[in-house]
Design a protein around this ligand. Structure first.
Ligand code: URA
Length: 210
């Protein structure tokens, strides 16, 4: 698989995604698992944050040590399922700002229309992580990333919990510069454009709307 697509096979992520797949997992547990998985994925997605060396006085001596080199981040969930991932990401990086992009699918699900976009005024100075629960056809991720690029952001990553090869390929072709971090790469899409085996409708399962 492409080096820009990172499938995070950490045992904790695999275990938690297995629990998400269980159709008997209720809304409360599903939400909690999405938060935990998102935290683990965000941990990997921020592995390359630059560090700078500082001196800290410990109770014993002066330590030459490292801190994150003043890079600012913004998380941009795609509404609505991406919202479920924000809690985990901001638990890890509390100083990050959060923007929102709302996209709704057309009847045949092959196109999306933007119905909401609110981003921090300084988004172009920040490292951006766009997030959605699923990378299915890739249309939503491609549209959201295009929007963020139009505004001028240049450092962009994408993270999702479950992806499939169709979405990963489409996203790679549209935005070859964007690294993708996912918790699982499933088999593919069915005729209704659900990921198989997948986790079902992520938004409905997070928000209990079905
Ligand atoms: N969106 C979902 O919620 N589930 C899928 O399987 C694909 C897209």
């Amino acid at each position: 698989m492409d080096s820009m697509i990172k499938i995070l096979d950490h045992p904790l992520i695999q275990h938690k995604i297995s629990l998400l797949r269980d159709k008997n997992t209720d809304c409360k547990d599903f939400r909690e698992l999405v938060k935990e998985i998102s935290m683990l994925i965000a941990y990997e997605a921020t592995r390359d944050l630059p560090l700078s060396e500082v001196c800290m006085e410990t109770p014993v001596a002066i330590a030459k040590t490292k801190i994150i080199a003043g890079r600012k981040m913004v998380f941009i969930p795609i509404l609505r399922a991406g919202l479920g991932m924000v809690d985990g990401a901001v638990t890890l990086i509390p100083a990050a700002k959060v923007g929102h992009i709302g996209l709704c699918r057309s009847e045949n699900k092959s196109k999306v229309t933007e119905y909401y976009c609110k981003l921090p005024y300084d988004v172009i100075e920040r490292d951006v992580i766009v997030m959605d629960l699923m990378l299915a056809t890739g249309v939503s991720a491609i549209t959201a990333i295009s929007k963020v690029k139009e505004i001028g952001a240049r450092s962009i990553k994408f993270m999702c919990v479950v992806a499939c090869p169709e979405g990963a390929k489409a996203l790679r072709e549209a935005h070859p510069d964007v690294a993708v971090f996912c918790g699982a790469m499933d088999d593919g899409l069915n005729d209704e454009l659900y990921i198989v085996p997948g986790i079902g409708d992520g938004g409905d399962r997070i928000f209990g709307t079905k």
